[in-house]
Design a binder for this molecule. Structure first.
Ligand code: GLC
Ligand code: CA
Length: 551
C-alpha cells in the first residue's frame, strides 16, 4: 500500500491546498482525445515536486471507474476497477505512488447515491421482482392510474420525473439524476456492506480519502413521502427526494468510524444545500461525520463585499466546534470563476475579480479546492450545438486543460472529446509559467505564502470592522503571527487609513502582496489604497522598518 510523503500530518486536509482533476479533460496520453490516468501521472510536475510547480497538497479525481458514461463516469458500473478509456488499476497504482512521492495526497470520488443501470447489481435487480438484489434499489408500484408513485423530479430538468417504469416487472425505479442512474436503497444492509468493502478496497490500496457524491441525499425516507419542496435553486422548486433523513447522518458516522480505522484519511462531501443550518448538520457534532463539506454559497453570492462577508459570518457562527470550512468557487458542475464574474463590456474586469476571489479562497479559514484550469484563468469554453454532450449543460466548464499554444493545447494529439477553447493559444500553462504577474504566478505565490504561514493554513478568523462598505477585510491569527486580507469589491478606489486599520488589527501592517501586478506596497505612507477589484495581503510586522521605503 502506497502512503504519502508529506509533512502536513493527520490534519493535512485542513492545512493543505487541494486540486480537482476531471480525468477526461486533464491530459490524454494515447491520442484518443480522452484524458486518462497515465496522462495525469505525466503532468504531476505541474502540481508539485518541482521548483515551478503550483505547490498543491492533494488531488481529488472525479470518477475513472468502468462506466457507460451516461453522466461521464458518475454512472458507475464497477466501483473497484478502472475504465479502459482511463487506463488500468496498475496505472492507478502508478499515479498514486508518483503522487505520494511528491507529497500529493489522492482522494477518489465515491458515488453511493446511484449506480449505472449497467451495474451487475441493477441488471440482477430488474430481472425479476423476487431477485435477491431487487431491494438494493428503490422500487415502487404505479399509482392506481398508472402514474409514478410520487412527484419527485430528477435534478436534471431535461430528465423530468425521477421515476421510470420498468416494463417487464411493472414497477417504477427511482433515479435522482438520469434514467441510466438508478438510486440505491440505503435501507438494505447488503448495500451498506458492499460499500464498506468498496471503501476498504481503495483505502487498502492507499488512497487518502473520498469525495462523496450527493452525500446529502443517499438515504431516502422509507415511506417515499414527507417531502415539502424547497427552493434550493433560485426560482426552481426542488422536487427531489428529501435531504434530511436522520439515517443519512448515521451512515456518514459509520463511514467516519471506518476511515478512522486507517491513518490520515478523510471524506469531503458534496452537500448541495443552501439552507445553512441543514448544511452544517453534515459535519455532525464537529468531528464525527464529514471531515469537510463543499460549501456552494459563494457561487450564488453577488459581487459585493457584504454578500461574501455575510456568507463567511454565517458559517463561522454555525459550524460546530472542531469543524473546518470548505468554500467552493468552481467545479465540474458550475461555471468557472472568470465566466461567472464576466461583464459583457469589460472582460479585463472578470480577470481582476477572479484574482481577488483566488486571494480570498486561499486566505479564508477553510480548505481550498482549485478546479483544474482555474490557476491559469481558463474561461468556460464555447461549445457549438453539435458538440454538446452533457445532459445538464456542463460542457463549457469541462473543456480540456490548456497546457500550451499547440493545436491540441498539449492535451491531446488526437481529436479532443470536447473542443479546445480558442483562448488556449494565449491562456495556457506554458505562457504563464515564468511570468510572475500571470494568474499562475499569483496562484503560486498565494499557495507558497499560505503554506509558510501558520496563521493562514490553520489560524482563527476575525472580520475587520469599520472598513469602507465596499471592502471585505479579515484577520487570520495564530500564536506565531497574523495576516490580514483587504478586498475591494467596489467600482471605485478605496482608501483605508493605516492608523485606523492598525488599530483594528492590533499590529503594524506590512505589505505582502496585491492581486494587481506590479504593486510594491501601500500607495502612501498614511494609507492602503485599493483599486476596484483589488485584494491586498498584509502581515504582522511585514518588512523590517529599514527596508520599507514608504514609512
Ligand atoms: C454530483 C456530481 C455531478 C453528477 C451528479 C450525479 O452532483 O458532481 O457531476 O452529475 O452528482 O452523480
Ligand atoms: Ca486517452
Amino acid at each position: 500500500m502506497s502512503r504519502p510523503r508529506s509533512g502536513l500530518g493527520a490534519d493535512w486536509w485542513r492545512h493543505g491546498v487541494l486540486y480537482q482533476i476531471y480525468p477526461r479533460s486533464f491530459q490524454d496520453s494515447n491520442g484518443d482525445g480522452i484524458g486518462d490516468l497515465p496522462g495525469i501521472t505525466a503532468r504531476l510536475d505541474h502540481l508539485n515536486g518541482k521548483a515551478d510547480s503550483l505547490g498543491i497538497d492533494g488531488i481529488w479525481l472525479s470518477p475513472f471507474y468502468p462506466s457507460p458514461m451516461a453522466d461521464f463516469g458518475y454512472d458507475v458500473a464497477d466501483y473497484c476497477d478502472v475504465d479502459p478509456r482511463f487506463g488500468t488499476l496498475t496505472d492507478f497504482d502508478e499515479l498514486l505512488g508518483s503522487a505520494h512521492e511528491r507529497g500529493i495526497r489522492v482522494i477518489v470520488d465515491l458515488v453511493p447515491n446511484h449506480t449505472s443501470d449497467q451495474h451487475p447489481w441493477f441488471l440482477e435487480a430488474r430481472a425479476s421482482r423476487d431477485n435477491p438484489k431487487r431491494d438494493w434499489y428503490v422500487w415502487a408500484d404505479p399509482r392506481a392510474d398508472g402514474s409514478p408513485p410520487n412527484g419527485w423530479r430528477s435534478a436534471f430538468p431535461r430528465v423530468g420525473r425521477a421515476w421510470t417504469l420498468d416494463q417487464r416487472t411493472g414497477q417504477y425505479y427511482l433515479h435522482s439524476f438520469t434514467r441510466e442512474q438508478p438510486d440505491l436503497n440505503w435501507w438494505n444492509p447488503g448495500v451498506r456492506m458492499a460499500f464498506e468493502e468498496i471503501l476498504r478496497f481503495w483505502l487498502d490500496r492507499g488512497v487518502d480519502g473520498f469525495r462523496i457524491d450527493v452525500a446529502h441525499r443517499t438515504v431516502k425516507p422509507r415511506s417515499l413521502r414527507g417531502h415539502r419542496p424547497i427552493e434550493n435553486i433560485p426560482g426552481v422548486l426542488d422536487r427531489m427526494p428529501p435531504a434530511d433523513e436522520p439515517e443519512l447522518h448515521a451512515l456518514l458516522r459509520s463511514w467516519r468510524q471506518l476511515l478512522d480505522e486507517y491513518d490520515e484519511r478523510m471524506a469531503v462531501g458534496e452537500v448541495f444545500l443552501f439552507d445553512p443550518v441543514k448544511f452544517v448538520s453534515f459535519y455532525g457534532a464537529g468531528e464525527d461525520e464529514l471531515h469537510l463539506a463543499f460549501n456552494f454559497a459563494f457561487l450564488r453570492a453577488p459581487w459585493a463585499a457584504e454578500a461574501f462577508r455575510n456568507v463567511v459570518a454565517t458559517f463561522e457562527r454555525l459550524l460546530p466546534q472542531g469543524a473546518w470550512p470548505d468554500y467552493t468557487l468552481s467545479n465540474h458542475d458550475n461555471p468557472r470563476a472568470i465566466s461567472r464574474y464576466a461583464l459583457a463590456d469589460d472582460p479585463e474586469r472578470a480577470r481582476r475579480r477572479a484574482r481577488l476571489a483566488a486571494l480570498m479562497l486561499l486566505t479564508l479559514r477553510g480548505t481550498p479546492f482549485l478546479y483544474y484550469g482555474e490557476e491559469i484563468g481558463m474561461t468556460d469554453g464555447p461549445i457549438p450545438p453539435e458538440r454538446v454532450v452533457d445532459v445538464a449543460g456542463r460542457d463549457p466548464e469541462r473543456t480540456p486543460m490548456q497546457w500550451d499554444a499547440s493545436r491540441g493545447a498539449g492535451f491531446t494529439t488526437g481529436d479532443p472529446w470536447l473542443p479546445i477553447s480558442r483562448e488556449a493559444r494565449t491562456v495556457n500553462v506554458e505562457a504563464q509559467r515564468s511570468d510572475p504577474d500571470s494568474m499562475l504566478g499569483l496562484y503560486r505565490r498565494l499557495i507558497a505564502y499560505r503554506r509558510a504561514s501558520p496563521a493562514l493554513f490553520g489560524g482563527g478568523y476575525r472580520p475587520i470592522a469599520g472598513l469602507p462598505s465596499d471592502c471585505f477585510g479579515y484577520v487570520r491569527e495564530a500564536e506565531t503571527g497574523a495576516v490580514a486580507a483587504l478586498l475591494n469589491f467596489g467600482d471605485r478606489p478605496v482608501r483605508v487609513r493605516r492608523d485606523r486599520l492598525e488599530g483594528a488589527l492590533g499590529f503594524r501592517g506590512g505589505f505582502v502582496l496585491s492581486t494587481d501586478p506590479g504593486r510594491g506596497g501601500p500607495s502612501s505612507a498614511g494609507s492602503f489604497e485599493l483599486e476596484p477589484d483589488e485584494g491586498l495581503l498584509i502581515e504582522n510586522g511585514g518588512q523590517p522598518e529599514a527596508e520599507d521605503p514608504l514609512r
